[in-house]
Ligand binder design. Sequence first.
Ligand code: TRH
Length: 398
Amino acid sequence: MSMINASPAPEIACDIFCEVIDNFGDIGVCWRLARQLAAEHGWQVRLFVDDLKAFHALCRDIDAGRPRQEAAGVVIEHWHEPSHAGETLEIADVVIEAFGCELPHVYVAAMAERGRRPAWINLEYLSAEDWVADFHLRPSPHPRYPLVKTFFFPGLGPKTGGVLKERDLDRDRLAFDRDAWWQERVGVPAPSTDSTVVSLFSYENPAIDKLLAQWQNAPSPVVLLVPEGRISGAIARGFGLPHFAAGATAGRGSLRAHALGFVEQPRFDALLWASDVNFVRGEDSFVRAQWAQKPFVWHIYPQADDAHLPKLDAALAHYADGLPDTARDSVARFWHAWNGAGSPDWADFWRHRTLLEARAADWALELAAVGNLAANLAASVAGNLSANVADQPKTQLK
Ligand code: TRH
């Protein structure tokens, strides 16, 4: 037994539960958060993931056949069935259920039995909508157990949980070696400054055919970088090729396209830094594009009944409101067209390039003022944990 004010402070143990619904965003966010809590906050993090194959794409060290392993200072458990709660039932100080996944019942029951109750966080999906600030950090008492779950809402505005950003991200961005990256990743020298470099990470998107035609007929060169994935088939068709796999190159008119292999998550940002404009999707790449401080276009994750469209407009309201009216309207038109409403007009969008570049830098500063998600989460559970400690007799402290 140690006393409350004994030093140093005990390491915080944290369990994160992640169910992969599809693609890479669920594990992408959880893996980034886990690494950051371990590296920057000194937490002892265990990450439960039900799909190690998706995880392997983001971190090559992950062996999809192993039930328990360690990577980047994080313990990873293959969450092989909903009732599984690790090889031994250990309850952490902080328990994060990502995106409303259901914790194993046995784990919840043990949380209630634990002398020092864990801080239980439900980490929600990112939304830029205003209501998020009202619901962020709202408690939800468990109907049967003496446990309280807290809703943690990432967001782009004040009084939300913010978004993830590593401490060294800006330093790494500023130290980025563009020429070396082009040689190493694309195998060609960096394009001349009269070219526009476009990165394209997107879902299938019918608007791509029109854009390819516009880029082919553009007055100056356009270089397209396409990580292998869901849009690759359309790019192949656009060039009359059977496929467009990593290493492939194709050209027509002003357009030259390069297919890139999917890289580990920490290497993804460099693609955004190497480009003049980034097409991104889902949640995590959408956030990274904002930190890259480059103009970007968001392909939002489509939901039933167009529930995603208000979210798209809410993000535009934050990001594009700092632009003069004509530029703001043209960004909105282009983002809408890329998300199925209207027809994309590249020239109309890109004539605002200088304004968009300035806005991208300003917006990154505004967003940083919300604070980064990992630090916001650590600060919010710190209060919660000390309240739980104060509720308990000292003899129960370990
Ligand atoms: O993959 P996404 O579309 O993910 C999701 C999921 O569909 C999820 O269910 C949904 O709810 C959510 O979006 C909104 O897009 P996202 O979020 O951008 O995740 C992609 C991840 O892949 C991101 O962490 C960056 C990473 N990545 C790499 O690590 N290497 C690469 O080469 C590329 C292209 C991406």
